[in-house]
Design a protein around this ligand. Sequence first.
Ligand code: AKG
Ligand code: FE2
Length: 344
Amino acid sequence: MELLSDCPVHTSVPDKYVLPPEKRPLLLNDEPSSDVAIPVIDLHRAADDRQRHLIVAEIIKACKEFGIFQVVNHGVAEDVVQGFREAAAGFFGMPAEEKLPYRSDDLSKHFRVSSSTPYDRNGDRYWLDYLKINCHPVTDEHVREWPEKPASFRSSLAEYSAAVHELAQTLLRLIAEGLGLDGGFFAGDLSGGSTQMNVNYYPPCPDPSLTLGLLPHCDRHLLTVLSQGDVAGLQARHGGGWLLVRPIPGSFVVNLGHQMEIITNGLLASVEHRAVTNTAAVRLSVVTLIMRKMECRIGPAPEMVNEATGPAKFKEFEFSEFIKAYSAAAASREDVLHYFRIHR
Ligand SMILES: O=C(O)CCC(=O)C(=O)O
Ligand SMILES: [Fe+2]
């Protein structure tokens, strides 16, 4: 499959990227009223014991109402974020023959580049190229598969991944506290699987009304920490419409995945999201997906089956079973959850 990033300029949308009308974004009519906005949370205050409970409350409110929020003053150094964003952009900017050895749809690879998405039921194509990287914990085996060019790629990735992982652990601790659980509840098996990163590259698109960057989906994982830079494109499902996640320089977007919904017995639901394209600028999103260990069993945590959430809403299952169902359901939120829901 050819990469969009191999073509210097796109003057029209090739037919194979034109989505059937019912799947196209209605760019202007989709937004709910403008007074609704995805919360932005300043994490700086979490370090202060007297203010921590306020941050915890803000996070839980954002999780319940939106399933997605942004964080600023999050402690990840700007040069660490910029360093990897530049290396990743540099990778996509290389000539086609430099990227060719990494082109693959083999899921077992620790580093690969591909185009569009495997998750569309009808095989429709989407306006993006992406990297899939196994990035945490960093092992020699991983690093050997990471590209040597651009020169800073490996070192900046290792640095970025470590810093974002630490931020993810902080966020999980705050969420656990807000749920009345032990602060370490999500540490260990629940978040200690091999972390995957998606680096999505959306070139300018001559007609954003005909296609999408990424189809509507919920993430399979526990928690997603995403850097979108300063180009808009990410939208989250809210109140029956699509709400733009407005870019805030230096912020991270945090969204809840399916595993969070299942573990919390539906209290903190995963959020459906998609990416739209634009005519003017390349958009690059760096997405870190915090994952549980493959071999562990999943179901609502006993602590979360309580008066507030009611009887268990989901069955117990192996994570590998979930991954299969996710692919079969083409990432559709309802179809995936239907499979695991206890129907009373
Ligand atoms: O590009 C974005 O902002 C969204 C990416 C995303 O949802 C994903 O990679 O799972
Ligand atoms: Fe996603």
